[in-house]
Design a protein around this ligand. Structure first.
Ligand code: I6G
Length: 686
């Protein structure tokens, strides 16, 4: 029984609507319909087609989802051979000049003749495809193959949202569109991320892809369209194969540009970077402009293509050994190259992070000679399984640091050893540890390690630590570079002569630095502890530790269990403090600092120490005559008080100095006791 007219009409209307919105979404990147609405219409069409199989049609939007897995690909003889394009080996601007000179010579043009008009296009790093339409319906898609015979991959090409399944009424009865199937960088990253997740969950036979081209090639040649559908592909059109002759209803074109614009009007994506360029100079400008933007494009390109625009001139130029004489690909420096791994070094950063780095046989890639490529961390190095002696693919795109994309397994020596991260810092010999939940190994010899020297000194000198006024990054850089200091205690061994000898250092400034160093010797235990830069020990933890143990030696000798008794200290912090003070080098530095005169008052362990201000909330405002805000805060907290930022009914005292503002007004308004610095000292004395 044939379907009622209303059903036919509804199916037609739905197909029309879905085609229109898919074009807006995939090709124009300008959707007009919310996804949920599109899905609703799509499901309605699927249901109607399921109820009326006699109305099935290969150009229905529902047919993008593909069919059954294939046993293999059928061979397709191209009606018009798929040529390859000649590549200009010169990656410099002169490549465009030599192409233009060749074209002019072959056309017999004199120097005085006007410049030739070209079209500049992008050369996508993807796979050439021929897509055939008969009577406006997609009937076949085939790879280039050897140019004569390709493989039929229609099911997989149907899954590409940007490829129209049907064409508008003005399209010719027979049309073959040629272009490049590719995977965008964003889709490639997402695909690899999901592949990694599958591998992590133990999925068998899954792998990550080396680059977008490789992923696109895998998807196009995927026998199971359901899998192909999960590998999002894109398409750009750049030319024609067979097309109906004008007498059989085909169009007449005079230029290549006209062809591209017509393809666009029929619903095919044509790159909006395509442009007309007149003469060699404009080709060079095009090559340079695209080259500049290459890394920010959402897809990989390996060059640009120049084509003579006039089809009459193209015919005149003809072909030589299956390459059109009217077109050339002008490449950019390759972003991937093969090379070998000569060693795997482990570098230590200024914060103590260990990074494995592959030392490579020098290779020219992405426009520079590369000899190092980061392997990021232990997991990455394992995942890629890079070994000394391996042949690897190295990638360098733009200013991004070069990386090893993959190993070529066939070229591995049978005795190549798996890489393991060292458990000892290669710079200073301290333990290197990887904390739970972290990707990186870190050196625990922060105070001693040569790689962390500058960072350690700067951290120690900062205002919130021992506060060495005027000892900033530039000065520390200079002192370390000039080898005036190498470890922290060296700071306190500096004499005027050492400091004055530094670049642009007047005697007065040198004296100021020495005075600041002298002043910093008198500090507090929490500041000193914080200044040591123990990982995970911030100011608050340092205060807690100092309060709990009272003495530095007790902290240095504490077991993990004892450390865990400190409020707010969890296993990660306890382990970190314990490991830090287990490093003989770190202890040595602490001893040297003490013997250089760095001191602080030590107290009793918390249980016995009196806390005269426990439970009191105090607000500081204005400038006190002798104590800085930080000093006053430290003293109050050590006495058990909570130092708050604003005044409320719960505030017990407000300590006010010069130029106290609204907080003092508020205290008066609420009747809160106001103290000056002397009053504060009385309070602290209990
Ligand atoms: O391989 C190709 C990539 C890009 C091409 C090509 C192209 O135009 C943008 N154009 C032609 C004519 C051919 N191959 C043969």
């Amino acid at each position: 029984m044939s379907a009622p007219v209303q059903v036919r009409e509804r199916i037609d209307a739905l197909r029309e609507l879905l085609h229109h919105h898919a074009h807006r979404y995939y090709v124009l990147d300008d959707p007009q319909l919310p996804d949920a609405e599109y899905d609703k219409l799509f499901r309605e069409l699927q249901e109607l087609e399921a109820q009326h199989p006699e109305l099935a049609s290969p150009d229905s939007p529902t047919q993008r989802v593909g069919g059954k897995p294939l046993d293999g690909f059928a061979r397709v003889r191209h009606k018009v051979p798929m040529l390859s394009i000649r590549t200009e080996t010169d990656i410099e601007a002169s490549g465009a000049h030599s192409f233009d000179a060749r074209v002019r010579r072959e056309l017999g043009l004199a120097e005085s003749d006007p410049p030739v008009e070209y079209v500049g296009e992008l050369k996508f790093d993807g796979l050439a495809m021929n897509i055939r339409y008969e009577n406006g319906v997609l009937v076949q898609a085939a790879t280039r193959g050897d140019g004569e015979i390709g493989e039929e991959v229609t099911q997989n090409i149907r899954t590409i949202g940007q490829v129209p399944l049907r064409l508008p009424k003005d399209a010719p009865p027979v049309l073959e569109v040629r272009g490049e199937v590719y995977m965008s960088r964003g889709d490639f990253e997402k695909l690899n991320e999901s592949q990694r997740e599958k591998i992590a969950k133990g999925a068998k036979g899954e792998k990550t892809f080396v680059n977008p081209r490789n992923a696109a090639a895998g998807a196009v040649r995927q026998l199971d369209p359901a899998i192909a559908r999960q590998r999002p592909l894109s398409f750009f059109a750049y030319g024609l194969g067979e097309i109906s002759a004008p007498e059989a209803g085909g169009p007449t074109f005079e230029t290549h540009f006209e062809i591209l614009m017509t393809l666009r009007s029929w619903g095919f994506p044509v790159s909006d970077r395509t442009q007309i360029a007149t003469g060699a100079d404009e080709l060079i400008a095009f090559h340079q402009a695209i080259g500049k933007d290459r890394d920010s494009l959402p897809f990989d390109i390996d060059g640009v293509v120049y084509k003579v625009n006039s089809l009459a001139l193209q015919r005149q130029l003809g072909f030589v050994s299956r390459e059109p004489r009217w077109a050339v690909a002008h490449k950019y420096p390759a972003q991937e190259q093969l090379t070998t791994v000569q060693a795997i070094d482990v570098q230590v950063g200024r914060t103590g992070k260990l990074t494995p780095v592959a030392k490579l046989a020098p290779v020219f890639v992405g426009g520079v000679t590369v000899t190092n490529a980061t392997l990021h961390n232990e997991d990455e190095a394992r995942r890629k399984d890079v070994r000394v002696g391996d042949t690897v693919i190295v990638r360098r795109a733009g200013d991004v640091i070069p990386e090893v994309v993959a190993v070529v397994p066939e070229k591995r020596h049978h005795d190549a050893l798996q890489f393991t991260m060292p458990r000892i810092c290669p710079v200073c010999g301290s333990d290197a540890v990887r904390e739970e939940g972290e990707a990186d190994y870190r050196c625990t010899g922060g105070l001693f390690c040569g790689a962390q020297r500058k960072q350690a000194i700067l951290h120690f000198a900062q205002r919130r630590a021992v506060d060495i006024d005027g000892l900033g990054e530039k000065l520390v850089d200079q002192m370390v570079e000039a080898k005036v200091i190498s470890t922290l205690p060296d700071l306190y061994r500096l004499g005027l002569a050492n400091v004055v000898a530094l670049d642009r250092m007047a005697e007065k400034s040198a004296q100021n630095v020495l005075a600041a160093l002298e002043k910093s010797k008198q500090t507090t235990l929490p500041r000193f502890l914080y200044g040591l830069g123990v990982r995970h020990v911030g100011e608050t933890t340092a205060k807690e530790l100092a309060r709990h143990f009272g003495k530095l030696d007790s902290i240095m000798d504490a077991s993990v269990e004892q450390l865990l008794e400190v409020p707010d200290v969890g296993p990660i912090v306890a382990e970190s403090v314990h490991t830090f003070f287990r490093q003989p080098h770190n202890r040595e530095v602490v001893e040297q600092l003490r013997s250089c005169g760095v001191t602080w008052e030590e107290g009793e362990p918390e249980a016995r120490a009196p806390k005269p201000l426990a439970g009191k909330t105090i607000v500081l405002t204005g400038t006190l005559p002798t104590l800085s805000r930080d000093q006053a805060k430290d003293m109050l907290e050590a006495a058990g008080a909570k130092v708050a930022g604003s005044v409320s009914k719960k505030t017990d005292y407000v300590v006010a100095g010069a130029e106290a503002g609204s907080k003092l007004d508020k205290a008066r308004e609420l009747g809160v006791t106001v103290l000056d610095e002397d009053g504060l000292r009385v309070l602290l004395a209990g």
